[in-house]
Ligand binder design. Structure first.
Ligand code: SF4
Length: 465
């Protein structure tokens, strides 16, 4: 009898990608063979995203497509769209089951018996199963936190992912250990709002301590996916400064009353001073992705972002002063309601003057259920696109500048994809692509590379002896 087939289509963020891996592990434990979505599998799962109305549309389209590809398919929609607008999906006859985000870790129990689920299937608790590889990726994402306690005016995520909640450090350690045992060269910590890690846990731990804890494993290197400006602590800045070296030790406990949360939020002072003697991991990549969203204070205020440009600018300059090789990327949104030409020009100038190394530029799009969607003075769409174009050009220039500054240096690179010219393309710790001569057959390894040249924003080099 041929094995049951299943396919998972993942939309949206890194969290969804990690949870899809966990759902894959469960389906394989039920005996399913994983196939491509276009193969017309017997069980089709769409791990949905609801960040924009476009991702909603894609989710509905994929559900109908699954039934077209295989009229007998059992179609499941999981995740954020289900959390925010289940009635939309209940109205679609092609969909057989809706799963919320918290249900994903119990997929094996929640599928109907006809689809292979059984009470005897392994149950994994809220954190879900441990994964030992990341479906063909050399680097692996590890979920450490989910949800968000903030309320940015354009964002629906707090409604989809709920309040911030952290994965217990023991579970994170076990997950990282499994990936290290499988030879994974780099782990990327992911979450909705990483910097809020630990605030909901009984144990007195924060993100820096978690990094230190995991760094005690024989893990080659660790990367943070994205971190909000106000949550970059002195410990994390110190780790960047010492990036690329295995320096591990106990953190100095925080003596001040009011604990960590209050301390982290009392402005920039503490970050700049550096807090006394700290022993920190040197395995953290010299790379930070710090959402900016706008370079204009009046827009930041309308967005309900918890900082101003002075704070953000000083933070970035401080980090680059301590560790000039750091790759700092920023999310920027253009066309937010009411954004005038003057406000956009302020954003353009602010970014131009800041030592960032790349931008992720998003064109604002109305999201039903967010305060911004109700705001007056929605910006003309063509103007939004034109502003997006301006910032993307600046981003390319910044990436090239960081690349140029790496020529003649030695960088640590995770080798990934063989190229036709015999080199292997990889990623440096400060988030630059590098084509490495002599790397053939060593994909998946972390190696030292002498950088010879920069071609636009891509580097080329050879293995260091
Ligand atoms: S954009 Fe704001 S509300 Fe949305 S997840 Fe990030 S911090 Fe939370």
């Amino acid at each position: 009898m041929s094995r049951r087939t299943a396919a998972i289509k993942t939309l949206g963020c890194k969290l969804n990608q990690y949870e899809s891996e966990q759902m894959r592990v469960q389906l394989e434990s039920l005996g399913y063979q994983m196939v491509d979505y276009e193969a017309g599998a017997g069980l089709c799962i769409i791990n949905s995203c609801t960040v924009t109305s476009r991702t909603d549309r894609d989710t509905r389209r994929l559900a109908r497509r699954a039934k077209r590809l295989n009229p007998k398919a059992y179609v499941v929609v999981a995740g954020c769209y289900v959390e925010v607008a289940p009635t939309d999906l209940e109205a679609i006859p092609e969909i057989d089951l809706l799963l919320r985000n918290a249900d994903k870790s119990r997929l094996a129990q929640l599928l109907p018996a006809a689809e292979g689920a059984s009470d005897t299937a392994a149950s994994y608790g809220d954190a879900g199963p441990i994964i030992s590889d990341f479906s063909g990726h050399t680097r692996a994402f590890v979920k450490v936190q989910e949800g968000c306690n903030a309320r940015c005016a354009y964002c629906i995520i707090p409604d989809a992912r709920g309040p911030s909640h952290s994965v217990e450090p023991e579970q994170v350690l076990a997950q990282c250990q499994a990936l290290v045992d499988a030879g994974c060269p780099e782990i990327v910590f992911i979450g909705t709002h990483l910097g809020q890690y630990g605030r909901d846990l009984d144990s007195d731990i924060d993100l820096a301590q978690l990094i230190n804890l995991v760094s005690q494993l024989p893990i080659p290197r660790l990367r943070l996916s994205s971190i909000e400006p106000r949550e970059i602590t002195p410990e994390i800045v110190q780790m960047l400064r010492d990036g690329g070296q295995a320096l591990v030790g106990a953190l100095t406990p925080d003596p001040s009353p009011g604990g960590r949360g209050a301390k982290a939020n009392n402005g920039l002072g503490r970050v700049l001073e550096g807090d006394g003697e700290l022993a920190v991991s040197g395995k953290l990549c010299r790379h930070l992705h710090i959402p900016l969203q706008s370079g204009c204070d009046s827009v930041l205020e309308r967005m309900n972002r918890p900082y101003d440009t002075a704070f953000y600018g000083e933070l970035v300059r401080h980090i680059m002063q301590l560790q000039p090789a750091t790759g700092i990327g920023a999310d920027v949104m253009v066309g937010f309601p009411g954004e005038t030409d003057e406000e956009f020009e302020a954003t353009r100038q602010f970014i131009e003057d800041l030592p960032l190394s790349y931008l992720h530029v998003f064109t604002y799009s109305e999201r039903r259920g967010t305060p911004a969607a109700e705001m007056p003075e929605q910006v003309d769409y063509e103007l939004r696109k034109a502003r997006n174009h301006v910032l993307r050009h600046i981003s390319e220039q910044k990436r090239e500048r960081l690349a140029q500054s790496m020529v003649g240096r030695c960088l640590e690179v995770v080798l990934q994809t063989p190229q036709e010219d015999g080199t292997v393309r990889g990623i440096s710790d400060n988030y630059l692509e590098v084509d490495v001569a002599g790397g053939a057959g060593r994909s998946g390894e972390l190696v030292k590379v002498e950088i010879d040249a920069a071609n636009d924003s891509r580097l080329s080099g050879r293995l260091a002896e």
